[in-house]
Design a protein around this ligand. Structure first.
Ligand SMILES: C[S@@+](CC[C@H](N)C(=O)[O-])C[C@H]1O[C@@H](n2cnc3c(N)ncnc32)[C@H](O)[C@@H]1O
Length: 219
C-alpha cells in the first residue's frame, strides 16, 4: 500500500547549516551523474533563455548549462542562502556570465509574461504548496512553443529501493530530510490529476525506477 502524502513546507531550505549539508549531498549526486539533465535534453531543452525553478545549490542547472554553450539560465529560488551557494558554485564552474539567480517564489514568479524559451526543475515540485499555481505560472512565463520539464522523486518507489537509497545517501545528516521529501513526493497518478487542472494540461508524465517527470510544449 502507498503511504498517504505528507506535505513539506513551501519555505525551501533556508538555514545556512542545512544548506551546507544539502550542498554536500547535491555534489555527491552530481558526481554520480544522478541529476536528470538527460530528461531535460530529451524534452528538447538544449538552447535559448531558460528558467530553472528551485535550483538549490545549482549543480543540476550548471551541469545542463556547461553542455549547451548557446544557452543562458536564470534560477528562481526561494532561499537566499541557497542563492549564495549557487552563485559560488557558478563561479567554480566558470559560468557566471550565462547564469543568474533571482530570489522568488515560483507560485508568483518575478518575471514578465512570455520571457523564457524553456523551463525546467528537479527535486523541487514536492515542496510547492500549490503545484497547479506553479504550472500556471510556468505557462505564463513561457513564450509560445516553449518547452518544460519538471522532474522529481516519486513516493510509490519499492520499499527496498527506498531503504537502499536511504542508507547510501551521504552525508548521513541528510537522510531524515530525504524521507520527509519522499513522503511529500507525488505519484504519477496524483501528478496527472494536478496538471490536468492547469494550463499545462497537454503535458505527459513519465515514470522511471525512482522518479517521474512532467514534460511538454506550450501552444
Ligand atoms: C530539494 S531542493 C533541490 C535542489 C536542486 N534542484 C537539486 O536537484 O539538487 C529544492 C529547492 O527548491 C527550492 N524551493 C522550494 N519551494 C520553492 C518555491 N516555492 N519557489 C522557489 N524555490 C523553491 C528550495 O529552496 C530548494 O532549494
Amino acid at each position: 500500500m502507498i503511504r498517504q502524502r505528507k506535505a513539506e513546507t513551501d519555505e525551501g531550505i533556508q538555514n545556512e547549516i542545512t544548506v551546507e549539508v544539502f550542498d554536500k549531498f547535491a555534489r555527491t549526486m552530481r558526481d554520480k551523474g544522478w541529476n536528470n539533465v538527460d530528461s531535460f535534453i530529451k524534452a528538447g531543452i538544449c538552447s535559448g533563455n531558460v528558467l530553472e525553478i528551485g535550483p538549490g545549490p545549482g549543480y543540476v542547472g550548471l551541469e545542463w548549462l556547461k553542455g549547451v554553450p548557446e544557452a543562458t539560465l536564470t534560477g528562481c529560488e526561494i532561499s537566499p542562502a541557497m542563492i549564495r551557494t549557487a552563485e559560488k558554485n557558478a563561479q567554480d564552474y566558470g559560468l557566471t556570465e550565462r547564469v543568474s539567480y533571482v530570489e522568488g517564489n515560483c507560485m508568483e514568479m518575478p518575471f514578465q509574461d512570455k520571457t523564457f524559451d524553456a523551463v525546467f526543475s528537479n527535486g523541487s515540485l514536492h515542496e510547492w504548496e500549490n503545484p497547479v499555481r506553479v504550472f500556471n505560472e510556468i505557462a505564463r512565463v513561457l513564450k509560445p512553443g516553449g518547452l518544460f520539464c519538471i522532474s522529481d522523486m516519486r513516493r510509490d518507489v519499492s520499499p527496498m529501493l527506498k531503504w537502499l537509497v536511504y542508507f547510501s545517501t551521504k552525508p548521513k545528516e541528510i537522510r531524515p530530510g530525504f524521507l520527509t521529501s519522499l513522503n511529500a513526493a507525488y505519484t504519477a497518478e496524483e501528478l496527472t490529476e494536478l496538471f490536468c487542472q492547469s494550463a499545462l494540461k497537454n503535458a505527459a508524465v513519465q515514470k522511471d525506477f525512482f522518479g517521474l517527470s512532467l514534460s511538454g510544449k506550450i501552444q
